[in-house]
Each structure stands twice: as C-alpha cells, then as structure tokens.
Design a protein around this ligand. Sequence first.
Ligand SMILES: O=C[C@H](O)[C@H](O)COP(=O)(O)O
Ligand SMILES: C=C(OP(=O)(O)O)C(=O)O
Ligand SMILES: [Mn+2]
Length: 449
Amino acid sequence: MTVNAETHAGGNTWRHLPAAQQPDWPDQEALRDVIAELESYPPLVFAGECDQLRERLGAVARGEAFLLQGGDCAEAFDAVSAEHIRNKLKTLLQMGAVLTYAGSVPVVKVGRIAGQYSKPRSKPTETRDGVTLPTYRGDSVNGFEFTEAARIPDPQRLKRMYHASAATLNLVRAFTTGGYADLRQVHAWNQDFVKSSPSGQRYEALAREIDRAMNFMNACGVDPEEFRTVEFYSSHEALVLDYESALTRVDSRTGKLYDVSGHMLWIGERTRQLDHAHIEFASRIRNPIGVKLGPTTTAEDALTLIERLDPEREPGRLTFITRMGADKIRDKLPELVDKVTASGAQVAWICDPMHGNTFEAASGHKTRRFDDVLDEVKGFFEVHKGLGTHPGGIHVELTGDDVTECVGGGDEIFVDDLHQRYETACDPRLNRSQSLDLAFLVAEMYRDQ
Ligand SMILES: O=C[C@H](O)[C@H](O)COP(=O)(O)O
Ligand SMILES: C=C(OP(=O)(O)O)C(=O)O
Ligand SMILES: [Mn+2]
C-alpha cells in the first residue's frame, strides 16, 4: 500500500457533491490536521483480503453460499474490551455453525465490527425535559452523554475510531486464527450459556452432531485446515466521508483504490442518493460494497445503483441489503429482484430484518419484535422462492451480551423487561439467545427452500 497524490485525487471526487448526514465539525483546522494524521496511518485491512471477500460474496451472488453479517448498531469506545468482543464473536461463530450445519451451506461471516462507529440519524436534535441538543451521531463524532459539551462534534474522535477499530480487529484476528474458532471448540462457545436457555440447549444438541461428524472425518483421515481457523471479515457503514477517504489508499499490486478501514463497506438508506457523495465515493473503491434498500426504492434506483457501482457486473462486488419492514417486504421486494435479475446483473440479495421493524414502546424504549424480524426474513425467503432467485443472507443487529432490547424470542423478553438491560447506544439489538433462535429458524428456512 502506498499513499500518494493520486490516492487523494481518486478518493476525493465526492468532495464537490452534496453529502448527507455529515458532522458539523466546528473547527475545520482541527479536522484538517486529523485527516492528515489519518492519511499517514497504516491500513487496518489489506486489499488482498477485500478481494478475497469479494470472491466469497461472488459465491453468495451465484447462489453457492450464505452471508451472515451482524454486530452492534453502534460500536462504542468503552465497549472495546476482550469480554464484549469475545461474546459478539462467539455469538456469530455459533450462528455460523448452526447455519452451516443445519442449513448445509457455506457461510461467509462478516461482522458489523471494528469500524461501526458512525450513525445517520432521523433528526438533527434531541429534546429531553425541555433541553434541546444535537443528536448523538456515533462515538466517531460526539459523545452519547446528554450534555452540551459531549454533543459537540470533535474530530479527534476520528483518531480514536481508528485506534478502537485496530484494537478490535487485532483481537478478532487472534480469536479467529489462534485456536479459539477451531470447530473442536463448538461446545466451548456455548459453555456459559447452555443450561439457562432453550436455544443454548438446542445448540448443544447440534454441537454434539458436529462433533460426531468431525470424529467420523478424523477417523477417515480427514483433518482440514478449514476446521481450525475461521475466515472472518469486518464491515461498517461508510458514513463519515472525511474518515473513509483518509483511509483510502492505492493498492501497490493493482494501482486500484481500496478503503482500508474495513473489508466491506455499505452505504446506508439515508445516504444512497444516486448523484450524491456517498455513491460517488463507493464507486471509486474496489472493496465489496453493500447498499441498503428501504421500501421507497424503485427498480430504476436499483438499476442505476448497479450502473454506478457494478458496471462490470462482477458477482461479489455489489450486495443489496433490503430493509423493507415485515409488512412491506412481500409487496416491495419482488419487482426489485425481478427487474435486477432481468437486467443480467448478479448482485447478492441480503435481508436486514431489523431497520424496517423499529417502534417505540410505551416506556419510551426503541425496540423491535422478534416475530416481526422473523416474519421479514420469511417474506424474504418467500419472494426469492417465488422468483427462483437466491436468498443470499441476513444482516442483523446483535450483541453477545444478554441485553433486553428486542421483545420476544424463545427465552421471551417482554415490553416490561426492556429497562433491565437496555444498553444500546442507538438501535435495539438481538441478544445472544435471540440471535441463536434466529439462526436455527433461518437454517430451517434455507433447508426448506
Ligand atoms: O441505525 C440506524 C439509524 O442510525 C437509526 O435507526 C436512526 O435512528 P433514529 O431514528 O433514532 O435517528
Ligand atoms: C443506519 C442503519 O441502517 P439503514 O441505513 O438501513 O437505516 C444501520 O444499519 O444501522
Ligand atoms: Mn441500526
């Protein structure tokens, strides 16, 4: 990787276009200094890894693999601890094992992790007890605390985002390649969990089957490397373009631009305007790109996005992450999938069953019903089955901690429980038990389709 003038030319073409949801940095000089410093930092991920993920996502687009993408709505600097990261990873590994074994499909594992620090918001301000302050926009921008000082955007936070991402990714790499993710550990990932929860018990039974299958293969003399380590990739929403372009580098092998802040970047529902800065930025980098598609997306929008982001029609380059809402998916998704398929493009279709199903409980907590989440995934599978296309994966907000943020699930959480462990900095996440429940149900859907 090299940094040179060309880097910043190619990675900066978005600058003359309107960019939604950018922080209102009060001190532009401080911002410039931070950008210059970030430009000198080493890459967090390597271009070759991004290429490898693009190949894996190509298999998803061709119908040969399933994408599991998940993690926090908003990562927080004070949650960069071994315990939080291990719990999240463990949950994703358990979900991956369930989907691979019960769904009989290769699973591409991608975290909303090591960079998910910036949030687009519905409103610029928030009012509590008559006091109005700027909204919290993620730890990369301002503080969660409801005080005037905390809510002022501070560009120094972009450097903290880089360092928090680096520390997280370092631990993730150690966990996934250093023995912890060895399939022989399928039971160990469940140890602290099994007795207390129905999904933990169900998982334990599946882990016993995996063990038997592995013992059988060992006895036959098969002991592949794939059982010892796990390929795990990082992703986040490419929202704050000053950060993302400062982390964009020319790959010395190919001369192409890569945003080395994460393996996969996605453009959110609020920033996917076709002629605005985020799509322009994404069009310039070689990383695999996701775009969130909400219920107002037209087939023409989807086709123009393909034109802008995947002109070569390369499977794996572009992933459409639909987030319609359980009540709209059966209505809105068919036309998009149908017209995109008819155009000859091979995108991966992924279901985000979270963002179209948020509501406010009487207690004031932002929450989601597990049943709505499940129903949106069901609708997603039904639509793809009807059209003969591939339901490529799920994109979920989850945590490995036993929080009470979404209602329902096998180990049911009620609206009155929400206050007990409501810890999210932004949207409500599935807890570990709800995440495992979902993995089992999705594996059944996959097998049945
Ligand atoms: O994570 C997604 C968005 O940032 C979030 O849903 C916006 O939430 P808000 O409507 O509270 O701003
Ligand atoms: C902001 C998010 O989603 P969307 O852009 O789909 O609203 C998110 O994934 O946290
Ligand atoms: Mn969210």
